[in-house]
Design a protein around this ligand. Structure first.
Ligand code: GKR
Ligand code: MG
Length: 414
């Protein structure tokens, strides 16, 4: 048996090109930040992880990782305990107050699973309980967007602010990747315009399951008024308004399931959610739920309590995508097509380039662990981007004000 004690952990912050995608919090900056985590065992196996690259996470990782040296990569209890000694409290993120500890644990935990898989010559999906689906379906994640970054040239997606531009964006993404379900990021334009966009998508893709996600951008009253137009049009309504209380009022008025990646983001939120019947679908995300094991536990809670399960994403590269796919392939009740930002990314940090979607789904990469290998030249280049770009925390609001100086953040806004 190879020695699976942790000999070293390296964390490399990177920045990769990101288009000017719009959301309720503003506009994506020219670069998105991530961290690449390498856990090296005494036997020389290197496990990979990818997580947030924003400063509080990098600081947390810098504090926690020295305590993990010497621990076995199987020791997930030890991981939580040791990280908990130095990381606690909350961090301000653009979607609100969130806990740092599960983010730090999640970042390292994936690399521990990958290292274990490599040491045992087993895939992560097998270590997580076994593969329950051949391929993992993802959805087409549509965004309104500006033509180019402030002061820059238009990108090749161009401007997307109207229903017909939205349909063109969807065709391009679906032609390239074959996605079935479609998710529209909303909370940006007046809601009637966004629903007109959904209707245009329905006309162009009569069979596609549709979702809309205003990120809490609508008031309860607005959402209640919009419900008749959404009924029969969408498979779920994601975070229409703010908080568990507000969304519970909406859920009480509709049979459309409400989904969330904003207001049920840790186990403490589950009891009030159940008591108030606010959200019926949870979007899991191993990056903030504390890793793959914690996400499997969340799936089990959802199964027991009859909640639906989907998967959330943020701008990410291939190590995250591989981890999401292994997790989804090992989770029987993850029955909705998962979110991914992958089609928006042109950079990659794994060898062989971006993992390909076929028919909208991902086949797990071959090989032990996550089945992906770090492209060290790409890592060097993307780390240099990080050093040069000057971005240290995500700030979509400031970016938006460069385009629209009068723009004001509002949640709810409409
Ligand atoms: O990339 O702008 C974005 C999204 O709004 C993202 O940050 C959200 O976390 O995709 C996410 C969501 O479903 O809310
Ligand atoms: Mg969402």
């Amino acid at each position: 048996m190879p020695d699976t004690r942790i000999a070293d952990i390296r964390v490399t912050p990177i920045a990769f090109a990101d288009p000017p995608l719009l959301n309720n919090a503003g506009c994506h900056e020219p670069f998105a930040l991530r961290s690449i985590i390498e856990v090296e065992t005494e036997s020389g196996h290197i496990g990979l992880g990818e997580s947030y690259g924003t400063l509080p996470v990098l600081d947390g990782l810098a504090k926690a990782t020295p305590l993990l040296i010497g621990m076995d990569v199987t020791d997930l209890n030890g991981l939580w305990a040791r990280c908990g000694q130095v990381v606690g409290g909350t961090m301000m993120q653009y979607i609100g107050q969130e806990r740092l500890l599960p983010r730090i644990v999640g970042a390292v935990e994936v690399a521990m699973w990958d290292a274990l898989g490599k040491a045992l010559n087993r895939r992560v999906v097998d270590l997580l309980g076994g593969q329950v689906r051949e391929t993992v379906p993802f959805s087409a994640y549509l965004f309104y967007k500006f033509a180019g970054h402030h002061g820059g040239q238009p990108d090749d997606w161009g401007e997307v602010l109207t229903p017909s531009q939205l349909v063109d964006e969807a065709w391009r993404m679906i032609d390239a990747h074959g996605f079935n379900a479609i998710k529209l990021k909303a909370g940006i334009l007046p809601p009637e315009e966004e629903i007109e966009g959904l209707r245009a998508l329905r006309a162009a893709f009569p069979d596609a399951p549709l979702r809309i996600d205003p990120n809490g951008g609508w008031t309860v009253d607005t959402t209640l008024k919009l419900l008749p137009q959404l009924d029969g049009l969408i498979e779920y309504l994601e975070d229409p308004t703010v908080g568990i209380d507000g969304n519970a009022q909406v859920q009480a008025a509709t049979s459309i399931p409400l989904a969330t990646n904003m207001y049920v983001v840790e186990t403490a939120h589950l009891p009030p959610n159940m008591a108030q019947d606010a959200f019926r679908v949870i979007l899991s995300d191993h990056h903030y739920w504390g890793g793959l094991k914690a996400s499997r536990d969340l799936a089990e809670i959802c199964r027991i309590w009859g909640l639906g399960l989907s998967m959330h994403s943020n701008s990410h590269l291939g190590i995250s995508l591989a981890a999401m796919a292994h997790l989804a392939a090992a989770t029987p009740n993850l029955t909705y097509d998962c979110d991914t930002h992958s089609p928006w990314q042109t950079d990659e940090v794994i060898e062989g380039g971006k993992l390909p979607f076929q028919g909208g789904a991902l086949t797990l990469p071959d090989g032990p662990g996550l089945g992906v290998t770090l492209d060290r030249d790409a890592l060097k280049r993307l780390h240099q981007n990080y050093l040069d770009c000057g971005i240290r925390v995500r700030d979509d609001a400031t970016e938006m004000k460069k385009h629209r100086p009068d723009w004001q953040f509002g949640r709810p806004k409409f």
